[in-house]
Design a protein around this ligand. Structure first.
Ligand code: HEC
Ligand SMILES: [Cu+2]
Length: 359
């Protein structure tokens, strides 16, 4: 029978329930933070959201942990009370079959379960708004590296306006030391449909929307390769539109910039391949700086061989894969917007040999 022991006993029972709920809650939080700490130092995967390495990602990680703690505590309290009530007041053999006394309208209770949730929502709202403000409205330092990232179906182009070159699919940025930050600011644009830039260990998702420039920034604290992928369904090969961010020491980054600024290598031994490139359709879609090829529909190939992968991270950049790709792009990547260009095996070999000189 519910609440049969008078007001004193009722209060006592509630107090016991609340106390055990709090114990369970504290235990859960302890376990949760222990597992967070265990996951944190060694990322289990290159896209692990629990291993942030850049200020925006860290802020998001912290606010997520905070929200999880509060909602976890609510879950534990509610679930414990529920379990307690179900067990304590279960049906017994000696029940007399009457409905227990019904109790309505406790002002204290009504107030408590209205005011508390409102307070919790306000706290969650304010702390989230603060993180959004800190990430979105961060002032761009004068010496920040600037990159314009453009999403295309199904690849990325990266323009470095300070250095006058552009590249594709593999973004290089300098590591950012906390004592002397060198963040990278990204202007996000789209050439066609909605895409989303998401490298979980560096920053939250930001969409690339046609005719609506967005911005985001990263300040990676550790040298290394960070992976991500387009997080917005943008067409057939949306899942094959991978992101690769190479975080380098300032010296390595400057060396990379210097190499990218150079025009393409002009190797006389592959003149047949080069001629094919500008007589077949290739040059209409691809840029190779230093030649007449200045197309913008596909990735810049000026320094193709400086990249580890082709086709937006889905294939290692090997001669065999290059040949496979040029022979029939859509066979490698469903829905790829590079057409199959008619050519003989010999021509294919010549074009591939030419591309392989583009260091
Ligand atoms: C109609 C435009 C078009 C033509 C013509 C074209 N391509 Fe492409 N190419 C693209 C697009 C778009 C991509 C990006 C595809 C993707 O990753 O989804 C691409 C990707 C590539 C890549 C991979 C680059 C990278 O870094 O991932 C190579 C190499 C390439 N093309 C070579 C060629 C060659 C060689 C020819 C001529 C035989 C050619 N392309 C003709 C549009 C074109
Ligand atoms: Cu996309």
């Amino acid at each position: 029978m519910i609440l049969s022991g008078g007001r004193g006993l009722r209060t006592f029972r509630l107090a016991v329930a609340v106390r055990s709920a709090w114990r369970a809650c504290a235990l859960t939080l302890l376990c949760a933070s222990a597992s967070f700490a265990a996951v944190n130092p060694a990322p289990l995967s290159p896209t692990n959201i629990f291993a942030p390495e850049s200020t925006p990602a860290r802020s998001i990680f912290r606010i997520s942990g905070f929200v999880l703690e509060i909602t976890g505590a609510i879950f534990v309290v509610v679930f414990s009370l529920l379990a307690y009530a179900v067990f304590k007041f279960r049906e017994r053999k000696d029940d007399d079959g009457h409905e227990p006394p019904q109790v309505y309208g406790s002002n204290q209770m009504e107030l408590a379960w209205t005011v508390l949730p409102v307070l919790i929502v306000v706290v969650l709202f304010l702390s989230t708004a603060q993180v959004i403000h800190r990430v979105q409205d961060a002032r761009e330092p004068a010496d920040a590296v600037q990159v314009t990232a453009v999403g295309h179906q199904f690849w990325w182009s990266y323009e470095y306006p300070q250095y006058h070159f552009s590249t594709a699919n593999e973004l290089h940025v300098p590591v950012s030391d906390a004592s002397d930050p060198t963040p990278t600011y990204l202007r996000l644009l789209s050439a066609d449909v909605d895409h989303s830039f998401w490298v979980p260990r560096l920053a939250g998702k930001t969409d690339l929307i046609p005719n609506h420039p967005n911005t985001t920034w990263i300040d990676p604290h550790q040298v290394g390769l960070y992976l991500g992928q387009c997080a917005q369904f943008c067409g057939t090969s949306h899942a094959n539109m991978l992101l690769r961010v190479y975080v380098q020491t300032p010296d390595d980054f400057q060396r990379w910039v210097h190499a990218q600024e150079q025009p393409a290598v002009n190797d006389p031994s592959v003149v047949l391949g080069r001629t094919l490139f500008v007589t077949k359709a290739c040059f209409a879609c691809h840029t190779i700086r230093g030649t007449i090829a200045a197309g913008k529909v596909g990735p810049d190939l000026t320094h193709l061989m400086s990249r580890d992968t082709i086709a937006s991270g889905i294939l290692p950049n090997t001669p065999e894969n290059l040949r496979r790709w040029i022979r029939d792009p859509a066979a490698v990547k469903e829905g790829a917007l590079m057409p199959k260009v008619d050519m003989t095996d010999e021509q294919l070999n010549q074009i591939t040999a030419y591309l392989e000189t583009l260091k």
